[in-house]
Write a protein that binds this ligand. Sequence first.
Ligand code: NAD
Length: 261
Amino acid sequence: MAEDSRVALVTGAGRGIGLATTRRFLAEGWRVALLDIDGELLGHAMAELAAPDRTLALHCDVSDASAVTAAVRRAGGHFGRLDALVNNAGIAVFKPLLETTPEEWNRVLAVNLTGPFLATLAAAPIMAEGGGGAIVNITSISGLRASTLRAAYGTSKAALAHLTKQQAVELGALNIRVNAVAPGPVDTAMAKAVHTPEIRRDYHDTIPLNRYGLETELAETIVFLCGDRASYITGQVVAVDGGFEATGIGLPTLRAARRNM
Ligand code: NAD
C-alpha cells in the first residue's frame, strides 16, 4: 500500500455501520484508524480485517476531550496525514421523556454531540495541514423528525445535524467539507437491542422500500461523501432510509393494499 494513500479516522468502528465503513474505505485503498470505547470489539475488528499495515486501533471514549485529542493526533502521526473523519460513535437511550434521567440525557449528549465536536477540533488542523479533507457526521432519521421515546437521542442527532452545517460554514475556508448521513433503521446490534418484533413490523409498514437498511448501504454513502466524487457537496444531511423520511406518518393500510395489487 502506497505511503501516500488516504487516511480516514472512523469513530465507533468496532462493529455495525462504523466497521462496515472501515471495510469500504479499505476496499477503496484508504488506510483507516479505528476508534472505539470497547477494547474487545476493537480487537475482534482488527483481527477480522487482518490489515495491520493499513489500520490502527485507538481505544478511546469520544466524550473524553483529552483522550480524543491524543487519539486523533496519534492517528495523524502514525499515518502522516488525515483526510477524513467519520463521527459515527453513538448511543441510544429510548425512553419516555419523563423517565429519562439527567444522567442518561447528559451521557447521550456527551457521546452523540460533544464527541463529534471534540473529534473535529482535533482533526481539522491536521486535515488543513494536508490541504483539506472531509468530515461525515452520522445523525439519524430521529434527528429529522420527532418520534416517541427519543427525547435525548433525537435531540442529540438534530443538534448534530445543525453542528454539521456550522462546521461546513466555517471549515470551508480550510477546504474541509462537512456533511451528515442520517440512517433510517439499519440491522445492527444497536437496532437489535432497541427494536422489538412489533417495532420491526411497524418500520416495514412505513418504509417505502419495505425493509431495514444494510450496513454496507450506509458505508457506500459515507465513503462517497468523504471522497473526491463529492468534491462540491458540503453542509448537507443525506437520509439513507429507504424513503422513510419522505413518507411522513404514512397510511399503512393503503400501502399494504398497494402491495397486494
Ligand atoms: P452500534 O451500537 O452497533 O455501534 C456503535 C459503536 O460505537 C460500538 O462499537 C460502540 O462500542 C461504539 N461507541 C459507543 N459509545 C462510544 C464512545 N463513547 N466512544 C467511542 N466509541 C463508542 O451502532 P450502529 O447501529 O452501527 O450505529 C452507528 C451510528 O449510526 C450511531 O451514531 C447511531 O446513532 C447511528 N444510527 C444507527 C441506526 C440503526 O438503526 N442502527 C439508525 C440511525 C442512526
